[in-house]
Design a protein. Sequence first.
Length: 172
Amino acid sequence: MSVVLEPMAGRHVDAVCAIDSRCYSRPWSAVQWRTELAADDRTHLVARANDHVVAHAGTLRVLDELHITTVAVDPDHEGKGHGTRLCIELLRLGIAAGATAATLEVRAQAHRTQRLYGRLGFAPAGIRSRYYDRPADDAVIMWLHDLDSPEIGERLDRVAAQLDPIPDGAAS
Ligand SMILES: CC(C)(COP(=O)(O)OP(=O)(O)OC[C@H]1O[C@@H](n2cnc3c(N)ncnc32)[C@H](O)[C@@H]1OP(=O)(O)O)[C@@H](O)C(=O)NCCC(=O)NCCS
């Protein structure tokens, strides 16, 4: 089964809310999502396997900085590269739009997620104490500088190439 990435649209909101309700303790409502989709400084992508949305991710652009605001994968489809692939595509779109750095916050206890971002070139740069609740946790602030450099472009290409042979639905 092949997976395509495409811009999130109104028809995806229900599926995205269903994923968020399984991934986040404070998921955005459908109304919040529609506001997000209307904002021109936001970019949201979904990963779609046939007619089924399996993951989504988004960014907020602030001058030449790209803030990754959300990455969520249907728990039934984790570990297949969707999160990585979405982040790479968002970073590439950010580079094309002139971004020179990217940042995000991630739960301090989410070591696997931090590893995912680390593979893309993000590095920890600070802590926001007790940023999260349900359950309580600190946030690690991560930055990826020189986003527009050839080195980062090559890194993203390399990581993407490693993911390509494994389609959705393959045994893991
Ligand atoms: C964190 C999250 C986005 C990761 O998404 P994902 O699609 O499972 O991540 P990926 O598959 O791209 O990468 C994760 C791991 O799977 C491995 N992987 C990726 N594709 C693979 C494949 N085809 N076969 C085997 N392993 C694979 C990666 O190497 C990585 O391994 P590691 O955990 O040993 O480092 C997802 O777990 C999620 O939605 N979590 C809840 C919400 C959340 O916390 N979001 C982050 C907010 S900051």
